[in-house]
Design a protein around this ligand. Structure first.
Ligand code: NAP
Length: 454
């Protein structure tokens, strides 16, 4: 797709960008490799200072950068600014903690001195989506650059200015020229670059289709990949839960970022004893959200990212209703300029319906009634995905069952699933593999070298 900034609140294309040519792609590869050579010669203290400067710039320019996010993908300005500030927190975390994660680990194994040393691999292809256009990229930038790797960024084609801003911030912070490059290239050219010897791995956040394509090329090339794909997270509510708290969090979990979050609660699995009360309060909460101009501080729900995305969600909802689902509230296109959609709730979703298995990447909650914790967990697991999960219960046995039995990369008890710079992030099943963030994420693109000195 061509790189263009289209304002989802108005439908107006405000800027378009030319793709780079073959010679520029070669230059990018060469400069990424050269930047890696420079960066790996830097001390951890030098890397730390530069990463702190990245964080300082992000904090100082959060409003301007947030405005670019809102312009290009439509989230509310307040949430866009918060996203940029979260990137600053993440960069500081890796600035201050990467040295410990990279430190030699001694193992008393033989009569020799033996240890593990973590060494950077080199340029990594970074393919990212538009939904958290800053956080998705900075959660690579923090750990990867601190480890001594470099990044070749193919961002989603609808967020070109967000993409370029990351390159600019990293350069201005004093990292070597080419340490993080924003490339306006096609997905076919991503494949070509993955086949280049200088590219040592790939991380992709996005759809299964894109993930499978990148991973299959990397498989042929014997290169490591981290895939962060879709999700249809379970949000379980049991009778002992603090119901008002669960409802408030449920509303946020399903509608923040206009429902366009991989770890959004999407399937609300509620025990029969509290189902009716939960449904009534959840409906009231969803209906109370303010839909409108994303730049207005009063707005909770801005537009969806694109007309195509809105059409897809509308189609999924109509198909679910045809299959027997019942509309509790909302779930409708709002006519007029921009790609607005009224948040909604569906219940009575049939197991034979696609809606039961698909990810709905917008503000539509699916509500299910169950009679036991076992039934709740079985339903949670009856999904191709396994990204995050939440359970609301005061019962310790139920908490432990959920932690042990839900097939997901994360289980949050009495809170919604969220990402944190210090916690590993990733999924199982069709939600992908590998982990971003924490030591696991930083080491995903490290050579764990075994050293033995006799
Ligand atoms: P997408 O179409 O897969 O796009 C994601 C990125 O992949 C974009 O940069 C896209 O470029 C690129 N891409 C698409 N096809 C490709 C191919 N064949 N080869 C290489 N690159 C390719 O995803 P989306 O629909 O925009 O994003 C929403 C999806 O991402 C949802 O499923 C969501 O759950 C998932 N997601 C997952 C996480 C997570 O951490 N697990 C986080 C956020 C989102 P173009 O824009 O040029 O097509």
């Amino acid at each position: 797709m061509a790189f263009a900034s289209m304002n989802p609140a108005t439908g107006e294309t405000v800027a378009t960008f030319e793709n780079i040519n073959k010679a520029q792609i070669e230059d990018a590869l060469a400069s990424s490799w050269a930047a890696h050579q420079t960066l790996k010669s830097w001390s951890m203290e030098d890397r730390r200072a530069a990463m702190h400067r990245v964080a300082d710039i992000l904090d100082a320019e959060a409003e301007e950068l947030g405005a670019i996010v809102t312009l290009e993908m439509g989230k509310t300005l307040k949430s866009a600014i918060a996203e940029v500030k979260k990137c600053a927190v993440g960069c500081r975390y890796y600035a201050d903690n990467a040295a410990d994660m990279m430190a030699d680990e001694f193992i008393n194994a033989t009569s020799a001195t033996t240890y593990k040393r973590y060494l950077p691999m080199g340029p990594i292809m970074v393919v990212m989506p538009w939904n958290y256009p800053m956080w998705q990229v900075y959660r690579f930038v923090g750990p990867a650059l601190m480890a001594g790797n470099t990044g070749l960024l193919k961002h989603a084609s609808n967020v070109p200015q967000c993409s370029q801003s990351v390159e600019d911030v990293v350069r201005r912070a004093g990292f070597p020229e080419g340490a993080l490059q924003s490339l306006y290239i096609t997905t076919g050219e991503v494949g070509d670059m993955l086949r280049d010897d200088r590219v040592r791995g790939a991380t992709l956040t996005g759809s299964e289709r894109a993930g499978a394509s990148v991973a299959s090329i990397c498989g042929q090339e014997i290169k490591p990949t981290v895939l962060e794909l879709g999700g249809s997270d379970a949000f379980i509510v049991m009778p002992s839960a603090d119901l008002d708290k669960a409802v408030n969090i449920a509303v946020t979990a399903r509608t923040q970022n206009c429902g366009q979050s991989c770890i959004a609660g999407k399937r609300f699995i509620v025990h029969a004893d509290v189902y009716d009360a939960f449904k009534a309060k959840f409906k009231a909460g969803i209906e109370s959200l303010v839909i409108g101009d994303p730049n207005d501080p009063e707005t909770d729900i801005g537009p969806l990212v694109s007309e195509g995305s809105r059409d897809e969600i509308a189609k999924q909802v109509e198909a679910a209703l045809k299959d027997g689902a019942v509309r509790v509230t909302g779930g409708e296109v709002i006519e007029g300029p921009g790609f607005f959609y009224r948040p909604g709730i569906l219940e009575n979703i049939q197991k034979s319906s696609n809606a039961y298995y698909e990810e709905i990447f917008g503000p539509v909650a699916l509500l299910f009634k169950v009679n036991s914790i076992e039934e709740a967990i079985d339903l949670a697991n009856d999904s191709p995905f396994g990204l995050g999960s939440s359970i609301f219960t005061q019962n310790k046995v139920e908490q432990d069952l959920a932690i042990d039995e839900i097939e997901a990369g994360a289980t949050f008890v009495n809170s919604m699933t969220s990402s944190h710079p210090a916690l590993p992030f990733g999924g199982v099943k069709r939600s992908g593999y590998g982990r971003e963030l924490a030591a696991e994420g930083l080491r995903a693109f490290c050579n764990v070298k075994t050293v033995s000195i006799s």
